[in-house]
Design a protein around this ligand. Structure first.
Ligand code: SME
Length: 157
């Protein structure tokens, strides 16, 4: 663990996304590539900032996700309001965790900013395995996301 070849994933994503700046097109492509890159990932997707302090579901893979998450709630909300990546080894020990799937045991949520620091949303990976995510996963995904979403416009809210 981890089993992902992140430099290779970054290269693949760069080749697939090129100069694309449409946020949803990029989110869909990142979700697909990351989800299928590792068997630890049981739900992979984005929540988008759509209103002040409010996230709404974006492109994802896995079972259905909750549609709306206020910044005040859950691991996704914590990432959005703090601007800090959240690694949760045991979701049951996280106060306010939103259980979209009862099978989820651990999570990694990375805030997604453009190059101006505008918050576009969060990238959420859930695993049915406990303690599935490492600091290396977090750093590598932060790096990949920062590059891919650098030129996306901030949400107009
Ligand atoms: N795990 C998230 C909720 C979203 S889903 O699990 C798809 C959270 O607590 O923020």
């Amino acid at each position: 663990m981890p089993t992902i070849d992140y430099p290779r994933l970054a290269k693949t994503l760069q080749a697939l996304t090129g100069n694309e700046t449409d946020t949803v097109a990029l989110m869909a492509t990142v979700t697909c590539e990351v989800h299928h890159a590792d068997t630890r990932f049981d739900w992979t997707g984005f929540y988008r900032v759509v209103a002040p302090e409010l996230l709404k579901i974006g492109p994802y893979q896995g079972g259905h996700g909750c549609l709306v998450i206020p910044f005040a709630k859950g691991v996704c909300g914590a990432a959005a309001r703090s601007g800090q990546t959240q690694i949760v080894a045991d979701v049951e020990a996280f106060p306010g965790h939103i259980a979209c799937a009862a099978s989820t045991r651990s999570e990694l949520v990375v805030p997604v900013h453009n190059s101006d620091g505008g918050l576009l949303g969060v990238f959420d990976i859930d695993s049915d395995q406990p303690d599935a995510f490492t600091a290396e996963d977090a750093r590598a995904l932060e790096h990949i996301l920062a590059k891919i979403f650098a030129d996306c416009p901030a949400p107009t809210i």
